[in-house]
Design a protein around this ligand. Structure first.
Ligand code: ADP
Ligand code: ADP
Ligand code: ZN
Length: 208
């Protein structure tokens, strides 16, 4: 199955994609993760995008589309993939339609207050990227990844100014994609405001 996860920053797309990847055995492709890896490794791409990402703006479409096009040309995506955080603009959606046909778009709905709570408490593992929340999905040992023992950190863009900007960017550039895909009959909405197990159960039901 080839699917897109749509929804505001902090809706839980990455968390649910990581679980679904195990369930379906298809790759989880997160443009945010790809950019963060590039920044960490100080590649040419990483140097180019760091300031943009820190303030919560969007990386230009040409760069982002090229990256996803290349990733989707790899063999492991032939039977399916979970696209998380892409497309984020109508330009990206039009470009994607030229090189891949998706089976469905899962729209994660959640209130703005909840998104702010989730982003403010988000922590990631420095080593393996696993996501946690200080209150809602805490690691067994504070500050330490359950999976690999790596140190947890707060993303530079999970600061209140950048969060607010990202929510505006989402409303202006990404939210219109909901009607774009709804008109194509591809949207399935899920209530992402519930606890993680309920959201995942819902997610499984919707794609089955
Ligand atoms: P997104 O990829 O949509 O930006 P994440 O998956 O990173 O969102 O989730 C944002 C934060 O909310 C993380 O700290 C994550 O641990 C937490 N989280 C994810 N799903 C839930 C949920 N159903 N309830 C509470 N917190 C959640
Ligand atoms: P979140 O979990 O908050 O939704 P992501 O990890 O998906 O954030 O993305 C982090 C940042 O990377 C975005 O705020 C943006 O700057 C950049 N980014 C990720 N995906 C895209 C995209 N498809 N187009 C443009 N910029 C992107
Ligand atoms: Zn880890």
């Amino acid at each position: 199955m080839k699917m897109i996860l749509l929804g505001p920053p902090g809706a839980g797309k990455g968390t649910m994609a990581a679980r679904m990847k195990e369930e379906l055995n298809i790759p989880h492709i997160s443009t945010g993760d790809i950019f963060r890896a590039a920044i960490k490794n100080q590649t040419e791409l990483g140097v180019k995008v760091k300031a943009i990402i820190d303030r919560g703006d969007l990386v230009p479409d040409d760069l982002t589309v090229a990256l996803v096009k290349e990733r989707l040309s790899e063999d492991d995506t032939k039977t399916g993939y979970i696209l998380d955080g892409f497309p984020r603009t109508s330009g990206q959606a039009d470009a994607l339609a030229e090189f891949s046909a998706v089976d469905g778009v899962i729209n994660f709905t959640v209130s703005e207050e909840e998104v702010v709570r989730r982003l403010s408490g988000r922590r990631l593992c420095k080593e393996c990227g696993t996501g946690y929340h200080v209150e809602f999905i805490p690691p067994k040992k504070e500050g330490i990844c359950d999976k690999c023992g790596g140190e947890l950190y707060t993303r530079d863009d999970d600061q209140i100014d950048s969060i607010k900007n990202r929510l505006n960017v989402y409303a202006d550039s990404t939210e219109p994609l909901i009607s774009y895909y709804r008109e194509k009959g591809l949207i399935r909405d899920i209530d992402a405001g519930q606890n993680p197990d309920d959201v995942f159960a819902n997610f499984k039901k919707v794609i089955s």
